[in-house]
Ligand binder design. Structure first.
Ligand SMILES: Cc1cc2nc3c(=O)[nH]c(=O)nc-3n(C[C@H](O)[C@H](O)[C@H](O)COP(=O)(O)O)c2cc1C
Length: 379
């Protein structure tokens, strides 16, 4: 593999190495994928203000997210089934993030469990929670996240029902894969993936199987997953989570000013302006286009983070100029993971770090906290 220079290079490598159903699970959005595309396209429309003859010798990307020191404000977003992009994927990505000094967020629907990731790392990671009908199971997850010393809980609000991704249905996506002819052909095209996958026992949803009531095998898991999403969730439920969790709380999936106001009232520590990477409400605006008005609405009453469509350090810088204090990347790290495991995730983070640093310098700034609308053209 040539040294990847861009996130797109990692995507090209991942496409070759990961069975089609899992690669497309990552590289897809709901229905027409218009929001998925808009997330990336809207970043490209924002233009940077070039400055010269400013001393930019001493630069730093160090920052904080929810009071925790980060080497740059770019967390790894929670992504389901990362352990299908690469065997033991969540453990490896968490190690890469730890070495890099950025937060790793483990999804509820991960392949490696909370305990697996805790065992593989030394510093605290973040845990993402879906609250579902089975509140005992949500409590079980909260307790396990506490026992693993997770330092923030990311509560995802935008998945009360599932958006539909046509690619997943056409591919007959399942974890582990079924031994249909199509799946066998897909896997046969990725011998290294198959070989490494045989070397791990982590091939299904590690946080759920054996923990949720009555879910001890895969068949039970399938019906549990479809029955368990809770369409009745409301703002009151956040109080319930806060009471049981008691630590830093981040509300993910805010895309509307009114919802941002409600989020502030919950007393949470941060919101993530997000449309779930274009995987839920197709036709919703891009996250970056909604960021400025949400920042205006909440002022400094709550930390504002953003995700969706970030594919470079330049995109991170644009988000910071528009008022975010933290960002997350989903697919960029999954492509790195699929391309080369832990090394690929480190490469993804390095690419973003280099681009962020050089862009900040060419904009005439030495520190991220000095970035603002003044660094953009036409804002
Ligand atoms: C393959 C995949 C799986 C995801 N799974 C979850 C999840 O389990 N929980 C969650 O809150 N968000 C999930 N997301 C959304 C991400 O956390 C994040 O919002 C999104 O990926 C950001 O967009 P980006 O991929 O363009 O960076 C997932 C995204 C992808 C691509």
């Amino acid at each position: 593999m040539h040294t990847p220079l861009t996130i797109d290079d990692l995507k090209t490598h991942a496409r070759k190495r990961v069975p089609k159903m899992f690669f497309e699970y990552a590289d897809s959005g709901s229905w027409t994928e218009s929001t998925y595309r808009a997330n990336e396209e809207d970043f490209a429309k924002i233009k940077l203000r070039q400055r010269v003859m400013v001393d930019i010798a001493e630069r730093s990307l160090a920052s904080e997210m929810v009071g925790q020191a980060v080497s740059m404000p770019v967390a790894l977003a929670p992504t389901g089934m990362a352990g299908m992009q690469y065997p033991d994927g969540e453990m490896l990505a968490a190690q890469a993030a730890e070495e890099f000094g950025v937060p790793f967020t483990l999804s509820t629907v991960s392949i490696c469990s909370i305990e697996d990731v805790a065992e593989a790392t030394e510093k605290p990671f973040w845990f993402q929670l879906y609250i579902n009908r089975d509140r005992d199971f949500a409590l079980n997850l909260i307790d396990r996240a506490k026992a693993a010393s997770c330092s923030a809980l990311v509560l995802t609000l935008d998945l009360q029902i599932m958006g539909q991704r046509h690619k997943d249905i056409r591919n007959g996506l399942s974890a582990p894969p079924r031994f249909t002819l199509d799946h066998i052909i897909q896997m046969a095209r990725c011998p290294t993936w198959c070989f490494k996958m045989l070397g791990t026992h982590r091939r299904t949803f590690g946080n759920i199987v054996g923990h949720a009531r009555g879910v001890n095998d895969l068949e039970a898991l399938a019906s549990w997953t479809s029955d368990t999403l809770d369409p009745t969730l409301s703002w009151e439920d956040i109080e319930w989570v806060k009471k049981h969790w008691g630590g830093k709380l981040i509300l993910k999936g805010i895309l509307d000013e009114e919802d941002a106001r409600m989020a502030v009232r919950t007393g949470a520590d941060a919101i993530v302006v997000s449309n779930h990477g274009g995987r839920q409400l197709d036709g919703a605006p891009s996250s970056i286009s909604m960021l400025p008005r949400i920042v205006d609405t909440v002022g400094d009453k709550i930390e504002v983070h953003v995700d969706g469509g970030i594919r470079s350090g330049q995109d991170v810088l644009k988000a910071l100029c528009l008022g975010a204090t933290g960002t997350y990347v989903g697919r960029p790290f999954l492509y790195g993971l699929g391309a080369a495991g832990k090394r690929g995730v480190v490469q993804a983070l390095e690419i973003i770090r280099r681009e962020l640093d050089t862009t900040m310098a060419l904009c005439g700034e030495q520190e991220l906290r000095n970035l603002s609308l003044k660094n953009l053209i036409n804002f």
